[in-house]
Design a protein around this ligand. Structure first.
Ligand code: FES
Length: 165
């Protein structure tokens, strides 16, 4: 809650919430513990591994080091907000089709960072992809499949924008 005891208001995956939580609670803890959104993962807790990545107003952000008060009045998107099992987001589809996971713990961060990258740069070079994901750690070494998934995601998104003939 804010200093004057007011709840903290934020929008998560299109839904507005007024939360009675400490202003300095990490956004990741609020998402997982108070809102039941377990897409974002707890990895390092230090802003270094990327497992907890969410979108804040469309930009990738580390939820483990962001106080919930920092997103008051802003729009947060988690993995759950992208798509569903029945209708996955094109980036989720691409990661599934490219089988870009081994243990899967990094996938939330890889996918959310890819969504943010492709929103600002729909056709990144491989170097730009590597740079954008360089702070998302994968300890299984699935990097080649992840690069393939990002390329496929860019293609799927571009195809989705093509006008029907
Ligand atoms: Fe947030 Fe590692 S858990 S960056």
């Amino acid at each position: 809650m804010t200093a004057n005891g007011e709840p903290i208001e934020l929008t998560v995956n299109g839904r507005r919430h007024a939360l009675q939580v400490p202003a300095d609670a990490p956004l990741l803890a609020v998402l997982r513990n108070d809102l039941g959104l377990n897409g974002p993962k707890y990895g390092c807790g230090l802003g270094q591994c990327g497992a907890c990545t969410v979108l804040v107003d469309g930009r990738a952000a580390r939820a483990c080091v962001m106080p919930v008060s920092g997103v008051a009045g802003r729009s947060v998107t988690t993995l759950e907000g992208l798509g569903s099992r029945e209708a996955p987001h094109p980036v989720q589809r691409a990661f599934i089709e490219a089988q870009a996971a081994q243990c899967g713990y990094c996938l939330n961060g890889m996918i959310m960072s890819t969504v943010a990258l492709l929103a600002r740069n729909p056709a990144p070079t491989e170097a730009q992809v590597r740079d954008a994901l360089s702070h998302n750690l994968c300890r299984c070494g699935t990097h080649l499949e992840i690069l393939a998934a990002v390329g496929l995601a860019a293609k799927l998104l571009a195809d989705a924008q093509e006008p029907l003939r």
